[in-house]
Design a protein around this ligand. Sequence first.
Ligand code: NDP
Length: 249
Amino acid sequence: MNKKVALITGGNRGIGAATAKLLAHRGYQIAISYRQRKQQAEELIVELRSFGVLAIAVRADISSEKDIVQLFNTVDEQLGPISCLVNNAAIIKPQMRVETMDAERINEILRTNITGTLLCCREAIKRMSIKNGGTGGTIVNISSAASRSGSPNEYIDYAASKGAVDTLTIGLSQEVADEGIRVNGVRPGFIYTEMHADGGEADRIERVKSAIPLKRGGRAEEVAKAVAWLLGDESTFTTGSFIDVAGGK
Ligand code: NDP
């Protein structure tokens, strides 16, 4: 059995859940965090344990430093120190132009998608770094094709937060490269999950898919495979890199 412990934030549904299932199938011990959908998280844990691995779900708001510290401490206690972190939890808000956005909205997005990601990286590095007595590890940050497109007329605030995720991935990969830690990013394109409903357009992919070179939206499982490759031993010479899982867009 693979003894590696992987933490996936926002792992109860969507891309996070698909990643948790693939990693459990490959024998990783799994911790997922969720924000509010406790029942969904608990049902997934039952499914993950059916692969014969240890799996736990921890409620943690990624926009709260206190919750993040508590999350990592709980994983330490129940599964041991993590060797893989997937920074997946993120939010989007209803589509609008910048001229109608307010600071509350923008700050909530930046606090969750950037500050939350950075603080999870901090907690992971404390545990993984060989400088701190750890045995190394891998971090995959889930960015977005929006970091390249900028998402005009939809959510530039979200796109900008993902641009920051790309930048922090590059910087951090270099900062911890000689401490046994690799840091990479995955940029999904239009993936069939519930996130689009949070943006106010559940059928968004149907509207845009003719403009995607592969002429379809992606599946969460297709993103999970890229994440698993970057986390695992097949990518040991890859750090500070990105995989676009976006159908050519
Ligand atoms: P979903 O909206 O389906 O799921 C979001 C997950 O994040 C849920 O598990 C949710 O928990 C959790 N979450 C949200 N806010 C918080 C918070 N404050 N604290 C803790 N957990 C939180 O998203 P996707 O699966 O679609 O997206 C996953 C990642 O992929 C995100 O980083 C997203 O930006 C990125 N992405 C997605 C694309 C797509 O087309 N779907 C395209 C490009 C990037 P709960 O269910 O409990 O609320």
